[in-house]
Ligand binder design. Structure first.
Ligand code: TXA
Ligand code: MG
Length: 345
């Protein structure tokens, strides 16, 4: 477990061996939380909507650990929480509509899905490899103090086990996640209690998830109706994107061949584990994890797929990845990446 003065994150192999420490809001709480986040730790904190489980958005391994702590079956993209509009514009591009929404509702329970800024440092894993990013400026004073002390974007899904009801008190968080995360900051019960409203700032603004800000307030401000959200909702109650769009984003341009046990001429290799396939060329091989660590592999997955896609290979051959723990989500994404090409194999 992380020591509150901030050294190493909780070793997840010790999951459930010791309870997570809860600290009350006091003069030093935000600095302790920020130190823990900087060290790659997982910190639950109150926002006005629900308690969030925060991780350093630019640290792919911390993000991978966050997915594992929640027991998320898949890498649903996460919301990047920032301190203000200026910090938001460092990671995302806000057009006129987005700025109007931000001016009116930030800080507050509104999340905007926006194009990623070219200099955005948020890990690909946190955005599930999409070219868009969900951004929100929370209004809760504790969340704001932590973001200010940390000084960068913090990704934070609701601080519950996947499939459970979202937490509105520190005790809920403790019940779900004690022993799986590094720190809980107890700021009392939250005020909003439902998650933020998510608006996709596309050509026409789309309501992706109803939430803390009523649709009518947004439509009144914009003077137009929001497009309805895509019909297929995710189990989390949100529709991240039309499923077709999402699938195509996961797919590299280069065909992907799964469960490769041999390497064919002209193929790049996405390896896993200590033993490479015979004939692997160092220039066109990337290893998700030499030591077979699924957290490390998850953290690298999207960036490595992109890097191999740029090699001009005939195919990206992917070695088998175990299907347990984060491996299930890794394989889910790999299957999506391979889906458009399955018919050709
Ligand atoms: O109120 C909230 O929004 C809370 C607090 C902690 O801030 N957070 C929250 O996060 O509800 P989460 O991870 O439970 O829900 C985030 C939703 C997911 O349904 C995800 O699909 C969607 O945001 N999302 C994130 N990035 C997206 C993107 N680039 N495009 C479309 N949807 C996205
Ligand atoms: Mg949630």
């Amino acid at each position: 477990m992380i020591d509150p003065l901030g050294c190493m994150p909780r070793d997840m192999t010790n999951t459930l061996k010791s309870p997570t420490q809860t600290i009350a809001v006091n003069a030093g709480a935000a600095e302790i939380a920020a130190r823990c986040l900087k060290a790659g730790g997982l910190v639950a904190f109150p926002t006005e909507t629900v308690y969030g489980l925060g991780a350093d958005a630019s640290n792919a391994e911390a993000v991978a650990r966050l997915y594992r702590a929640k027991g998320r079956p898949s890498f649903n993209p996460l919301i990047a929480h920032v301190e203000n509009l200026e910090s938001a514009s460092r990671i995302a591009e806000l057009d006129v509509t987005a700025r109007r929404l931000a001016d009116a509702f930030w800080p507050g329970p509104l999340t905007l899905v926006l194009p990623r800024a070219p200099r955005c440092q948020v890990a690909d894993l946190a955005t599930a490899g999409l070219n868009t990013i969900a951004v929100r400026v929370p209004a809760h004073p504790v969340a704001r103090d932590i973001l200010r002390a940390f000084g960068g974007p913090v990704v934070a899904p609701s601080a519950n086990l996947s499939g459970h009801v979202s937490p509105t008190t520190a005790a809920h968080v403790d019940g779900d996640l004690s022993g799986r995360i590094d720190l809980i900051v107890d700021g009392g019960p939250v005020t909003v209690g439902v998650e933020s409203t998510i608006i996709g700032c596309f050509d026409t603004p789309v309501l992706l998830r109803p939430g803390g800000i009523p649709r009518e307030d947004i439509e009144r401000l914009l003077g137009r109706k929001l497009r309805a959200m895509p019909s297929e909702a995710t189990p989390e109650g949100a529709a991240p994107l039309a499923p077709g769009m999402l699938t195509s984003h996961y797919a590299p341009h280069t065909p992907v061949r799964l469960a490769a046990n041999t390497l064919r001429p002209g193929e790049a290799l996405l390896a896993f584990g200590p033993d490479l396939l015979t004939g692997a060329n160092p220039d066109t091989t990337l290893n998700l994890s030499e030591r077979g660590d699924l957290v490390e592999a998850a953290a690298r997955l999207f960036s490595y797929l992109r890097a191999l896609d740029a090699k001009g290979a005939t195919t990206i051959a992917v070695m088998p990845v175990p299907d347990h723990g984060l491996g299930e989500a890794i394989n889910d994404r790999l299957h999506r990446a391979a889906a458009p090409y399955d018919a050709q194999q």
